[in-house]
Design a protein around this ligand. Structure first.
Ligand code: MEV
Length: 430
């Protein structure tokens, strides 16, 4: 039997103890454990940061949390999440716990194929240019492969070459070549951009046109990851809310997002709370993921929800999320950032596709957490409880004092540092 990602009482432990639990779970070395706390400059140092970007003057910290309870295709995973917003890690963990009652998340993905775009201008006959490019397809794909022999050896490389004509642009017609390139375990921006730049001169020769842009597309619609879950209605029941009512409320909330772009933007933002947190933790490019997600959400010509929620015949809640997920486990910051390396080790993923699938499962869990709260008690109750907890901790409360102070502040409806300080003083006098 594999390890369980159920970590009862994890949230009550002090930070260092939680880190130890995770270190044991994921077999982290003492150096990797130290990288989590940044002890002795083992996390991202200014020197290393200076190699990543320009004009470095320091490093910027964000909280790294662990979402527990995730079961994905039968495997338990602990999910590192980097995010400044309260409730996100707790929400994902809680929904993953509910999803376990229905067998966890089922995920799948398409091959890691990116699209590189080459813009061709000044063409007298775009149709003829298109035919000419397609007649040279094999040699152009071979040329693209010659740019990165390593990825080709690993089973990646050119997969196809497509040509589109944009008849109606503000400057008239143009022709766009799409190079479809399998990037294997890399996000692939560098390899795709290099290949596109390499194809520019031959494409100019073949078409007689002039090549403009040579760059990958972040609408990575061929590199999709998908997650699904089924949650028994009774697992969703809480307080005065029967399971059936929660299921119906979630479906109604989804229908709102499916029909209305104003709501869909916020609905999808909730999904991205989960997605981005894992993308950042693993050193991936979250702007690329954001761009791809929202473009995909608008692919029908109308911006809509990325996820779908419904009910099966037995009244269980069923959810699914499909979106582009161009992430890597090699190259870029995934390798250079010491904490991203530790995050990848905790996830224990063997391929970029596996990482992409976990990320989408977290996005679906996060979406569920938001909809469940919004469709029932609202999100402020949970937020205020967490806020109160943070305030209690900030004034120096420890252990069970925290829970008592939080409880009092919530009951009294006064959540503030002075009140937390006064309550801590009372506690100390006990
Ligand atoms: C807040 O960060 C995210 C939510 O607004 C998402 C949603 O409304 O579905 C709660």
């Amino acid at each position: 039997m594999g390890k369980s990602s159920r970590l009862p009482g994890f949230y009550k432990k002090p930070v260092a103890e939680r880190a130890k639990v995770v270190a044991e779970w994921a077999d982290l070395t003492p150096e990797e454990l130290a990288a989590l706390s940044g002890e002795g400059g083992t996390a991202l140092s200014p020197e290393l940061a200076d190699k990543l970007i320009e004009n470095v003057v320091g490093v910027y910290g964000l909280p790294l949390g662990i979402a527990a309870n995730f079961q994905i295709n039968g495997r338990d995973v602990l999910v590192p999440m980097v995010i400044e917003e309260p409730s996100v890690v707790a929400g994902a963990s809680f929904m993953a716990k509910l999803a376990r009652a229905g067998g966890g998340f089922r995920t799948s993905s398409t091959p890691p194929e990116m699209i590189g775009q080459i813009q061709v201008l000044d063409l007298e006959d775009p149709e003829a240019a298109r035919a000419a490019i397609l007649a040279h397809k094999d040699e152009l794909m071979e040329l693209a492969d010659s740019c990165d022999k390593v990825v080709v050896r690993l089973g990646g490389g050119s997969r196809d070459l497509e040509v589109r004509i944009l008849d109606d642009t503000p400057i008239g017609p143009m022709l766009i070549v799409h190079l479809i390139f399998d990037c294997r375990d890399a996000m692939g921006a560098n390899m795709v951009n290099t290949a596109c730049e390499r194809l520019a001169a031959p494409i100019e020769r073949i078409t007689g046109g002039r090549v403009g842009l040579r760059i990958l597309s972040n609408l990575a619609e061929r590199r999709l990851a998908r997650a699904e879950c089924t949650i028994p209605a009774e697992a969703l029941a809480f307080d005065e809310y029967p399971g059936e009512r929660v299921v119906n409320g979630i479906v109604e909330a989804w229908a709102f997002a499916a029909a209305d772009p104003y709501r869909a933007a916020t609905h999808n933002k909730g999904i991205m709370n989960g997605v981005d947190a894992v993308v950042i933790a693993t050193g991936n490019d979250w702007r690329a993921i954001e761009a791809g997600a929202h473009a995909y959400a608008a692919r029908s010509g109308r911006y809509t929800s990325l996820s779908t929620w419904g009910k099966d015949e037995a009244g269980n809640l069923i959810g699914s999320l499909e979106m582009p997920m161009a992430v890597g486990i090699v190259g870029g910051a995934t390798r250079a950032h010491p904490v991203a390396q530790v995050a990848l080790k905790i996830l224990n993923v063997r391929s970029a596709r596996e990482l992409a699938e976990i990320i989408v499962a977290v996005g679906l869990a996060q979406n569920l957490a938001a909809l469940r709260a919004l469709a029932t008690e609202g999100i402020q109750k949970g937020h205020m409880a967490l806020h109160a907890r943070q305030i209690a901790i900030s004034v120096g409360a420890t252990g069970e004092q925290i829970d008592r102070i939080v409880e009092r502040m919530l009951q009294e409806g006064e959540i503030s540092q002075p009140r937390a300080q006064a309550l801590l003083k009372e506690e100390s006098g006990k």
